[in-house]
Design a protein around this ligand. Structure first.
Ligand SMILES: [Zn+2]
Length: 502
């Protein structure tokens, strides 16, 4: 996959060149300061950043605030009781008529250090990815260039401390080149995104003035799989649904009771297969009713996005794909229903000859713009009832289990709604022009497939969000051995310089 896609990326960059003066200044600055940039990045990554680790979260926040202040940006920590601080910084630009807010998060996914090749908070440079047998290498001395294909391994290297370093380095570069910001700039660095952004909306609502802006640029997630820059104008929402289907009170001998006692695993299998057809279309009634159709511009962006499906099929060893012939890029603009995991009794060497007592599944429903999460949750519950189940959200009593042929306990989790900023807006068009001026045309998506706390920003502030990622797609985000490809950091610095001077 890589050779073909990379050749294409090179061609695009050559054909369009880099026309943005701030991005050019950023490249020059980075060329001369690679080691210093990496040193600052490494010292930030060395502070553990799991959201529940309060003392270290505080150290991260204070360190980032100091990094802003070192650059002449007044900074403070803003929080609500029980919440991790949001690091806030502000550049007031005389005569500016709008405010851009740059967002990233400094916390990282929880981890088990035993799974990591090198300790997650000891940032380690490798000459290739671990999958390609990358070896640990020492940092080159100041003045010696870094190979841009090297990888830096550490929790948070890609998700999501890299954008923080990119923004701060871009500030250095702009200042050194004598360039000026045109908009007011605010920085908002969250400390519990990976814990579900549980306090973000509250923190913003309690500090509306401080965090208000015309646009929030959400710098999180990976760029396109082709390594071309990516702009996503929204994100899908999600609802988690946990289902337990009940059989006998306890496991029964399958020889003595098979053919007689109903099997909850089979019952669950039937329920799940009733939810989707062979092509992956969701069969829950009215599931797609509220989906807001794509605009003409959004449809064009989807059509113009690179077709990588064939390459991805090879990379993931897929003999077939869902979607009835639609491309991945289009399919992520639609809602989905997915089995996250499925369990009933024991299997393999641990299996015993039983009829299980329960079967359990966790689903996620991905939402797109227009869908009311409450309605969607109700529709899923209604679908389960229509398959003949008595549905409860409590552990069913003996009475309930004996008086209904089929019993399911269903817990619908706290939903996150989807959102999408229109690509037609003047500010959206300006973001597109700015990003395109850095490394050639970006891939534009109406929304990302995954979730981001966009509604937690938009609702309390009445603002808009656009997602501008910079990590490499093969960064092991959320897993062990998370890593950043250095070229993505270098590109990110240029991108941030362009956005800061927009
Ligand atoms: Zn992230």
């Amino acid at each position: 996959m890589k050779c073909r896609l990379l050749a294409f990326t090179c061609l695009v960059t050559l054909a369009f060149g880099q026309t943005n003066p701030a991005a050019q200044a950023a490249r020059k600055w980075r060329d001369q300061h690679e080691r210093a940039i990496m040193d600052e990045f490494i010292s930030l990554l060395a502070i553990p950043n799991v959201a529940t680790d309060r003392p270290n979260i505080q150290r991260n926040a204070e360190t980032i605030a100091r990094m802003l202040e070192k650059r002449g940006v007044p900074a403070r920590l803003v929080s609500v009781p029980g919440g991790n601080p949001v690091v806030f910084g502000e550049i007031k630009t005389p005569g500016a008529t709008r405010t851009l807010v740059l967002y990233a998060h400094y916390d990282g996914q929880p981890l088990d250090p035993k799974e990591w090749a090198t300790p997650p908070f000891t940032p380690t440079l490798r000459d290739k990815t671990l999958e390609r047998d990358g070896q640990v290498i020492a940092l080159p001395s100041a003045g010696t260039p870094f190979n841009p294909e090297w990888r830096l391994y550490a929790r948070g290297s890609a998700d999501d401390k890299a954008p923080i370093i990119a923004m701060l380095t871009a500030l250095d570069a702009i200042k050194a080149a004598g360039l000026k910001t045109k908009s007011n700039i605010k920085f908002a660095f969250e400390g519990e995104e990976e814990a579900g952004s549980v306090n973000l909306a509250k923190t913003l609502a309690a500090n509306k003035e401080l965090f208000s802006g015309d646009l929030w640029l959400m710098c999180d997630g990976p760029v396109h799989q082709t390594r071309r820059p990516l702009i996503a104008f929204g994100a899908r929402g999600a609802i988690r649904v946990d289902i337990t289907v009940y059989g006998p009170r306890g496991e029964l001998h399958s020889g003595h009771y098979g053919n007689w006692a109903p099997n909850p695993a089979l019952s669950m299998a039937r329920l799940l297969s009733s939810m989707k057809d062979e092509s992956g279309r969701v069969l829950v009634e009215h599931f797609y009713d509220e989906v807001e159709p794509l605009s003409a511009l959004e449809k064009r962006a989807v059509a113009e996005a690179p077709d990588i499906d064939g390459d991805l099929r090879k990379e993931f060893w897929l003999g077939s794909v869902d979607g009835g012939g639609k491309k991945l890029t289009e399919l992520i603009t639609l809602p989905s229903l997915n089995i996250r995991g499925l369990a009933s009794s024991r299997i393999g060497a641990q299996a015993s000859n039983v009829i299980p007592a329960t079967a359990n599944v966790t689903l996620d429903v991905r939402l797109v713009k227009g869908m009311d999460p409450q309605h969607t949750g109700q529709r899923v519950l209604e679908h389960i009832r229509k398959q003949g189940f008595f549905v409860t959200d409590q552990e069913p009593t003996a009475e309930e289990r004996m008086s209904h042929a089929k019993v399911a306990r269903v817990i619908v989790g706290r939903p996150e709604a989807a959102t999408r900023t229109s690509m037609d807006l003047p500010i959206s068009q300006e973001v597109i022009r700015t990003v395109d001026s850095v490394r050639g045309p970006a891939v534009k998506l109406p929304n990302m497939g995954g979730g981001l706390p966009l509604t937690s920003v938009e609702r309390p502030l009445g603002t808009r969000t656009i997602v501008i990622p910079m990590g490499n797609h093969d960064n092991n985000q959320h897993s062990y051995n998370e890593n950043l490809r250095l070229q993505n950091l270098w590109d990110g610095i240029e991108l941030m310089a362009a956005l800061l001077t927009m």
